[in-house]
Design a protein around this ligand. Sequence first.
Ligand code: SF4
Length: 296
Amino acid sequence: MLREKQVKTVLNKLKKRDSWFLADYTANPYEGCSCNCQYCYIRGSKYGENLAEGLAVKANALEVLEEQLIVKSQKGQYGLVVLGSATDAYIHQEEQYRMAEGMLKLFLKYRFPVFISTKCTLVRRDIGLLKEIDKAAILPADLQPTLKRGVIFSVSVSTLDEKVSRTLEPGAATPLQRLQLLQEMKQEGFLAGVNAIPLLPFISDTEEELDKIIFAAKEHDADYILTGGLTLFGDQAADSKTLFYKFLERYDASLLPKYRQLYDHGYYTDPMYQKKLKDRAGKICERYSIRNSILG
Ligand code: SF4
């Protein structure tokens, strides 16, 4: 049984629209995440070393969400909602608790568009609901001419190496299973792509590895691929930097000094690294004729 949590709010308005995902809101059915990615940005002492152990279901989320959606829809404040920004909405516990499904039913009822990014295949269960949202959702006026649909679907892929993925993303589907899911979603008619975020410095951000990831996205019919760097922070036992460095010790200790150079001065890689990554990804996207943004 999951710990139950009562919440006061579920639908969170972003200060400004997320330029990558085009979203104005986020909503999370769970607190914590059983995918348990070692690099996860929500890590810290709040959840402990194993994110799955701190997992809680937001027991009153559907009542609270409905109240919020009534108000927003009455004011005409429609916008894409990221379902699962601080958790994966389709963790295996969703099979029992069905909170993500309940939220989708409410988004359909109040005609809110959704953005889903997942590492889990359980989302297949909700394809029917997602198709209805795709047709019925009301988009914010400025997105209407370009987006023209109510669902954006991404699979999240940081590496194609199954062994690395098993260590770093122990509770997620394999990268290949995620890509097969993407292809299925495309065949079902969705706007769908890959979030290659975070790419792992010197592991999956190299020319060769990035080429493989972008090629795989294209081969699985992705409409787009979004790429972005890794954020690492903290020196406590449950922090992402501590856990990631432990992984590097086992994976390839020679990478540690390179990571220290990148991360010892902050959470983010420096602007020069980010620019190089963006340029590298942009060139490969061009080579394979795939967009590196959701809209064309
Ligand atoms: S799937 Fe996302 S939210 Fe869940 S642990 Fe991994 S990075 Fe964090």
